[in-house]
Design a protein around this ligand. Structure first.
Ligand code: DQA
Length: 149
């Protein structure tokens, strides 16, 4: 059994209330519950966090360096601004999947660039909150697969 971190950036605490036409009606607690179900089905442990503060996300990535096997991250607006989160992810050796609930490429041009994508092994965007499930599944697959496959 390995430990997967699911990390969420700013304003995602308002999921379900915030711009539901873009982000849907599910709350972050709903997303957490479905992530926990899936992780346990796949035989993995899960840490699920959200913060509006960049340093807390960096600290969780450092924690994952010590005890985590993979990271699924929706950095929210920090995606487009945070070299510090990219640097932190570059210190982590396991699989990293970046997810966005909305299709950032269909939106404003300032959402088209992602610092985190420079490190992510895969990026999921525009598949709604299902992206979290897909991200966890991909991390689980990568954890089973030797690095050179
Ligand atoms: C987001 C997309 C970002 O551009 C935005 O700042 C968010 C959420 C998404 O999940 O679609 O807060 O990461």
């Amino acid at each position: 059994m390995s430990l997967i971190y699911v990390l969420n950036g700013p304003n995602l605490n308002l999921l379900g209330k915030r711009q539901p036409h873009i982000y849907g009606h599910e709350t972050l607690a709903d997303v957490e519950a479905s992530c926990r179900r899936l992780a346990s089905e796949l035989g993995h442990e899960l840490r699920f966090h959200q913060s509006n503060r960049e340093y807390e996300i960096i600290d969780w990535i450092h924690e994952a360096r010590e005890n985590g096997a993979g990271i699924v991250i929706n950095p929210a607006a920090f995606t487009h601004t945070s070299l510090a989160i990219l640097d932190a992810l570059n210190t982590f050796e396991g699989p990293v999947i970046e997810i966005h609930i909305s299709n950032v490429h269909k939106r404003e041009s300032f959402r088209h660039h992602s610092f985190v994508s420079h490190r992510a092994d895969g990026v999921i965007a525009g598949l709604g909150t299902e992206g979290y499930q897909l991200g966890i599944r991909r991390v689980a697959t990568m954890l089973k697969t030797p690095k050179n496959d």
